[in-house]
Design a binder for this molecule. Structure first.
Ligand code: NBP
Length: 477
């Protein structure tokens, strides 16, 4: 008996992915650098399906039916290269290496290129949903050669999450690094979503005066509407949780320094390279960094803030409704920015990515799963070449309806000294995009003044320079 798929790297993610394949009726070959992990899996979960445990790389490869499908689930970076170097010499043309780790898409592009020379299909596969998703159905974002999807796709469709309409949350995203790129932006959007939710929480607490338990109830109500999403749902769970040791709200006993593993930062770094303004995601990454500067925060605690005047109980309810509007409008903007980044990469790397399909596979299994993604899909279904999500009529109308409250919330936050970088960046992006004129014209003037960098004119073609140090006449540049 031979295995239809093999998984090497059996820490939480690999182990659960292997079990997911087995539970779906596939025979799964197992391998891990440290054999104890392989044995533990077979011992604990061997009854769940057909596993073939392999001690050595050779045994592992021999256990796979051809063309071989070999999933790597190890730590991203050097370990992934080490594993590829170990297995590639044992493989034959037509075999597939599928990297399900959180690889940087540039590494995936390089690996795909190198393995292509050997005739091996390399599939960089984004997997979202954490260990729970890996076991019960993740959102899966495979890239790589399209032909690999013909045989791999049906298996992934089986193990993936299913959206509410039953559609599997997986699609062939695009060539080489496209899958990992989309997974990275997914994580960037996740950072932004979490930051916006955090700002909503702090406003409800510090401006409206609600307790964590009351805010949990507000989030539960929001979760029955257009904000219906996994992150809002778990936010309510976290906020209503009470610390057993102290009897205090759990959120009050946790150190307020957010950590990060890097995919959010990558999203911003690459956006800078591509020249795409992902300000909402950037603010989310910066907010986490700022929170971690403990000494700096300690040293700044005495700085003067505004005179705080919390809302009355009567005003608080209406304010909470406004915060919902602000959160929703800001969320539309961060998705707009994230999809812009994917569209820019599609252009840069000549990837054929269907943005509607991307939003569709995020509807289940992953951390940002939300009812909202159905709306994004229908926006791209209506118009595949939508310049931006904000150009979609429905979203544009929703923001138009939300904007008064959105602005009020930011005004209130500013007055009370509550930081809302996510809400504010989203609004600034919106206002900048819709502006008739931007001060960029002045910037161009300054650049021409100090550096003769030239400028273009609104009334005729060409590049121009003003002789600032001379008679200030204009010359063709
Ligand atoms: P880890 O990222 O903690 O990696 C542990 C695995 O890597 C073990 O199997 C370990 O083998 C193996 N490994 C290492 Br470390 N160095 C190796 C080397 N030089 N050669 C061979 N194997 C090596 O595991 P994880 O948390 O299950 O995540 C796996 C991948 O999935 C990562 O890329 C991660 O970013 C990604 N991911 C994780 C999540 C999540 O929620 N955790 C979600 C989505 C994606 P050993 O047992 O012999 O030490």
């Amino acid at each position: 008996n031979s295995a239809q798929i093999g998984v090497t790297g059996l820490a939480v993610m690999g182990r659960n992915l292997a079990r997911n394949f087995a539970r779906n009726g596939y025979t799964v070959a197992l391998h891990n650098r440290t054999v104890a992990r392989t044995n533990a899996l077979v011992e604990e979960f061997g009854h769940e399906g057909d596993f073939i445990a392999a001690e050595t790389a050779k045994e592992f490869v021999a256990a796979l039916e051809r063309p071989r499908r070999l999933v790597i689930m190890v730590k991203a970076g050097d370990p992934t290269d080490a594993v590829i170097q170990e297995f590639a010499p044992l493989l034959e043309p037509g075999d597939m290496i599928i990297d399900g780790g959180n690889a940087h898409f540039a590494d995936t592009r390089r690996r795909e290129r190198e393995l292509r020379e050997q005739g091996i299909h390399f599939v960089g596969m984004g997997v979202s949903g954490g260990e729970e998703g890996a076991l019960n159905g993740p959102s899966i974002m495979p890239g790589g050669p399209k032909e690999s999807y013909d045989s791999l796709g049906p298996m992934l469709e089986k193990i993936s999450a299913k959206a509410k309409d039953g559609a599997p949350c997986v699609t062939h995203v695009g060539p080489d690094g496209a899958g990992h790129f989309v997974k990275m932006v997914h994580n960037g959007i996740e950072y932004a979503d979490m930051q916006l939710i955090g700002e909503a929480y702090q406003l409800l607490r510090d401006v409206a005066g609600y307790s964590p338990a009351q805010i949990a109830e507000i989030f539960r109500t929001w979760n029955t509407g257009r904000l219906d999403s996994y992150l809002i749902e778990i936010t309510a769970e976290v906020l209503s949780h009470v610390d057993a040791a102290t009897g205090k709200p759990f959120v009050d006993v946790v150190v307020d320094q957010a950590e990060q593993k890097g995919t959010g930062r990558w999203t911003v770094q690459i956006a800078l390279d591509l020249g795409v303004p992902v300000s909402g995601i950037a603010e989310a990454v910066f907010a986490r960094s700022l929170s971690g500067h403990a000494a700096l925060r300690e040293a700044s605690r005495g700085l003067t803030g505004p005179k705080a005047s919390p809302l009355s109980e009567a005003e608080a309810g209406a304010f909470a409704d406004r915060v919902e509007q602000a959160l929703y409008a800001s969320k539309i903007v961060s998705y707009t920015q994230g999809f812009h980044e994917i569209a820019a990469a599609r252009e840069e790397y000549d990837w054929d990515i269907d943005l509607g399909a991307v939003s569709a596979i995020w509807r289940g299994g992953c951390i940002i799963r939300a009812a909202f993604l159905d709306r994004i899909r229908s926006a791209y279904d209506t118009r595949a070449d939508l310049p931006s999500l904000l150009s979609d009529e429905t979203f544009a109308q929703e923001i138009a309806d939300a904007q008064d409250d959105w602005r009020e919330v930011i005004v209130a936050a500013t007055r009370q000294g509550v930081p809302t970088p996510g809400f504010a960046a989203a609004l600034a992006y919106y206002d900048a995009l819709r502006a008739e004129r931007l001060p960029a014209a002045l910037t161009q003037g300054q650049r021409d003044f100090f550096g003769a960098h030239t400028y273009r004119r609104t009334d005729r073609d060409g590049s121009f320079h003003t002789l600032w140090g001379g008679d200030r006449s204009e010359v063709d540049a």
